[in-house]
Design a protein around this ligand. Structure first.
Ligand SMILES: [Zn+2]
Ligand SMILES: [Zn+2]
Ligand SMILES: [Zn+2]
Ligand SMILES: [Zn+2]
Ligand SMILES: [Zn+2]
Ligand SMILES: [Zn+2]
Ligand SMILES: [Zn+2]
Length: 541
């Protein structure tokens, strides 16, 4: 995230060293926040809204983030009467949730609120006047310095140190990433530093800029409702959600991502499923087959154990001993030929069962993986087709050969790509949801079967629509990009493509609703997915 944020330093507003004064935040631009959501890409008749809720996220630039930050700080200072420095410390610790800070104050009182984040509770002592000519002794370096060479940076205590010691301390704090949490150097003091005073001391240095950036970045990093757009190079935007973090917002730069985990969109999988799926498919397959062929899982800790030498008695790192032939845990006493108290023969049936279970589970995984991979590959291929088409249309328009409107075809490809992005993770969803593993305590066998049938029916219907549209689009593009364009063929496909595009979208919406209904049946936990939202930045030309 640091690197991403660095892109921001090129913006003039952050390059200044005018201090963290409130005027600094006043934004003269009128750019209101870009509201999320969009008109349906496939027309209004595409089907019912997937969620029926209003959009829950906004795209914001750093100037707007600054404004929100200033608002939160003054909200807390005005209601608690505390210093801005204390308000900042409270907000950083309560993840910029000013309502939560104020409700804790209302419930438990101001002192308890301060104590909960290690802030001093006493009223500030006035700092001794430093205008006199009396020298000040710094408690850190023990030097006596003129009063104008020493400062007190925290408004809630009266500790004074020499400016050189302060600068060194601040520089270390900033390089350790504690820019938003700078506290007084006084022994066991903990009073937060005031940003205006820190800025005055650091004026003109590189640290001043870093300090400002760290404070602003804290509003996004230490905040459950804000996230930097993950585009690379960074587009400069932050997504702010109103309440529900389970959504897949689209930035104005057209990057779509999962707000909750920050990765590329993966609905209808939950973040948890997606993490597990990622782990499962990213293991090096060669290493994996070597492990399957040459190791056996320890019966106690399940880690793979390699056989060491000819003896059938193997010991795992966890300390468990087991028999290599049958995999059963045994005692330690053994000879080359036998393990005390253990005979393999009677476990033969068990062994067969274990082997066939492993084979069955591998086959099951491959079933889902192959289909996942198929849609992922089509996703990439169709993205390539969309680009080709875009280039081709631009080329024709430029040369003046053709100024016809191919928006309908671009929208078809866009809908197709979206649908692949739903179908691919839907196989990961099915792998975990019906696998009698992740949610094994939530469903009995018959409910599980009923759910799986329902899911597979809907999935198959979506798949069929998608393949039909994919076919038509391929034909149409082939006719369009051919040396001699077959214009009649293109026109004859047009109406059907438009209709199929609409049916694919309405299938996706039904599919999402069905998946959420399945998740709503969970007893042991609750899970929900980012609902389908038509993307708004269908880039035409
Ligand atoms: Zn000093
Ligand atoms: Zn202090
Ligand atoms: Zn962006
Ligand atoms: Zn996620
Ligand atoms: Zn073990
Ligand atoms: Zn041995
Ligand atoms: Zn054995």
């Amino acid at each position: 995230m640091d690197d991403v944020y660095d892109g921001c330093s090129s913006q003039e507003d952050l390059g200044t060293d005018e201090g963290w004064a409130e005027e600094d935040f006043i934004d003269d631009d009128d750019d209101g926040p870009v509201s999320g959501g969009a008109p349906s890409s496939a027309g209004a008749e595409a089907g019912p809204s997937s969620s029926g809720k209003a959009d829950t996220w906004r795209v914001m630039g750093m100037e707007q983030i600054k404004k929100l930050q200033v608002e939160a700080i003054s909200h807390v200072t005005s209601l608690t009467g505390c210093s801005k420095a204390k308000a900042l410390a409270l907000l950083v610790n309560y993840r910029w949730n000013d309502e939560r800070v104020l409700s804790i104050m209302a419930d438990k009182g101001l002192d308890a609120l301060y104590e909960s984040v290690g802030l001093p509770t006493e009223a500030p002592h006035p700092a001794p006047a430093t205008s006199g000519s009396e020298e000040v002794t710094c408690n850190i370096c023990c030097e006596s310095v003129a009063p104008n060479k020493a400062s007190s940076l925290a408004p809630d205590c009266s500790h004074i140190f020499c400016n050189d010691c302060w600068k060194q301390y601040l520089s270390v704090g900033l390089s350790e990433g504690k820019g938003s949490q700078l506290r007084c150097m006084g022994y066991k003091c903990g009073a937060p530093c005031d940003f205006d005073k820190v800025m005055a001391l650091l004026k003109g240095t590189l640290e001043a800029k870093r300090y400002q950036e760290a404070l602003l970045q804290s509003y996004v990093d230490d905040n459950n409702t804000a996230r930097f757009c993950p585009s690379a190079p960074w587009c400069g935007n932050v997504i702010v959600v109103e309440s529900d973090p389970v959504c897949e917002p689209e930035c104005s730069c057209s990057t779509v991502f999962c707000f909750k985990c920050g990765r590329s969109p993966h609905s209808p999988c939950t973040c948890e499923m997606w993490t597990k799926w990622d782990e499962k498919i990213s293991g090096d397959s060669e290493t994996r087959s070597w492990i399957i062929a040459n190791t056996k899982p320890c019966p106690k800790c399940t880690k793979p154990v390699e056989k060491n030498g000819g003896c059938n008695h193997v010991t795992c790192k966890c300390g468990a001993s087991f028999c290599w032939l049958c995999g059963e845990q045994t005692g330690m006493t053994h000879t080359w030929k036998s393990i005390e108290g253990h005979t393999c023969g009677r476990y033969k049936d068990e062994l067969d069962k274990k082997i066939s279970e492993a084979a069955r589970s591998h086959k099951r995984y491959m079933h889902y993986f192959e289909r996942y991979k198929g849609h992922s590959d089509s996703h990439i291929r169709e993205k390539g087709r969309r680009q080709e088409l875009k280039d081709r249309i631009a080329e024709r328009m430029e040369s003046g050969v053709d100024a016809r409107d191919y928006t309908w075809l671009q929208q078809a490809l866009h809908q197709l790509i979206t649908a692949r992005g739903v179908l691919a993770p839907s196989y990961a969803f099915a792998f975990f949801f019906f696998g009698n593993d992740m949610y094994k305590d939530d469903f009995d066998a018959s409910t599980n079967t009923r759910n799986q049938n329902l899911f597979e029916d809907q999935q198959a219907m979506l798949e069929a629509e998608v393949e039909r549209l994919s076919d038509l689009a391929e034909k149409c593009i082939a006719a369009l990009v051919a040396e001699e364009e077959d214009h009649a063929a293109v026109q004859s496909l047009r109406l059907e493509i438009i209709n199929r595009t609409v049916s694919v979208e309405s299938r996706i919406i039904h599919f999402y609703n069905m998946v959420q209904e399945l998740l709503d049946q969970l007893q042991t936990c609750s899970a929900h997915i980012a609902m389908y939202k038509p993307q708004k930045n269908v880039k035409i030309n």
